[in-house]
Design a binder for this molecule. Structure first.
Ligand SMILES: C[S@@+](CC[C@H](N)C(=O)[O-])C[C@H]1O[C@@H](n2cnc3c(N)ncnc32)[C@H](O)[C@@H]1O
Length: 247
């Protein structure tokens, strides 16, 4: 029930994790020597805010992959409304077993989702699908400092056990034989405007709807705690975009 409720909580949101169109554009513009119509795979696309932005800023063909059909249906509706139905294809599949031939993509893109498979495992397993000289672009929750207060260290190591520092992730990128061609941290408004502010509204709405449901209320309390933690400790962690070129 909890996971079904989580999906309900994150439905009807502009996106399902921190991010912004500004940062999607910034990351895309940092990729050099792309073909005129790149073939792009967006892994863990959710309802596809970044997918639509990629369609706006590229002339590419985009495959948007997620394993939750209602998000894909939402993306299909938005793609149609924006006139991108012919350039955005959705596929319901798992990132653990991507159903594509080797060298299929100029770019694999994944905002706020590689943690599900794990940063290093994702880099390793997705690499064969990228053309030589193509790119993997991900945003990943990362420690921004090393002097981390105990409260947030304990909290995030429990909630997000794979969290590394930027230096540790750069080391992994080298180990997996990519060149890091760029990197930047998502600005704080990218957490609030299209994610935590609408999430706060969903928490209030569903708090009324599920006022008698203790399991649902526990999920809402956990989400409130997550937002409070970010408000208190945003200096110490953030989403970092990593642009990696496959050799
Ligand atoms: C934090 S959300 C990020 C969504 C979107 N990229 C964004 O930034 O708004 C993670 C997404 O991964 C999807 N997901 C979870 N497990 C998955 C899996 N095994 N394979 C593919 N997608 C998965 C979820 O349904 C969700 O849409």
């Amino acid at each position: 029930m909890v996971s079904e409720f989580m999906y309900e909580l994150f439905s009807d949101m502009p996106r399902q994790g921190p991010g912004s169109n500004k940062c999607t554009r910034k990351a895309y513009k940092l990729l050099a020597n792309l073909p005129p119509q790149p073939n792009i795979l967006d892994v863990g696309c959710g309802s596809g805010m970044q997918t639509l932005e990629l369609a706006r800023i590229s002339k590419g063909q985009i495959t948007a992959l997620d394993n939750y059909q209602p998000y894909l249906d939402d993306l299909k509706r938005r793609a149609k409304a924006d006139g991108f139905s012919n350039r955005i294809k959705t596929i319901n599949s798992s990132m653990f077993d991507l159903p594509f031939a080797k060298g299929s993509f100029d770019i694999i893109w994944s905002e706020g989702a590689i943690f599900i498979i794990g940063f290093q495992k994702g880099l390793r397993e997705w690499k064969p699908l990228i053309k030589r000289g193509g790119y993997l672009v991900v945003s990943e929750l990362t420690w921004l400092k090393t002097d981390i207060p105990e409260e947030i260290r304990a909290y995030l190591e429990n909630e997000y056990p794979g969290i590394n520092t930027i230096v540790e992730n750069i080391e992994i990128i080298g180990q997996e034989d990519y060149d890091l061609t760029g990197s930047f941290t998502l600005h704080e408004s990218g957490w609030w405007d299209d994610f935590y502010k609408p999430l706060q509204k969903r928490i209030n709405l569903l708090g009324h709807k599920y006022a008698e449901n203790l399991e649902a209320l526990a999920v809402l309390d956990a989400s409130k705690e997550e937002i409070d933690m970010y408000r208190k400790y945003s200096l110490y962690y953030g989403y970092v975009f990593y642009m990696m070129q496959s050799k």
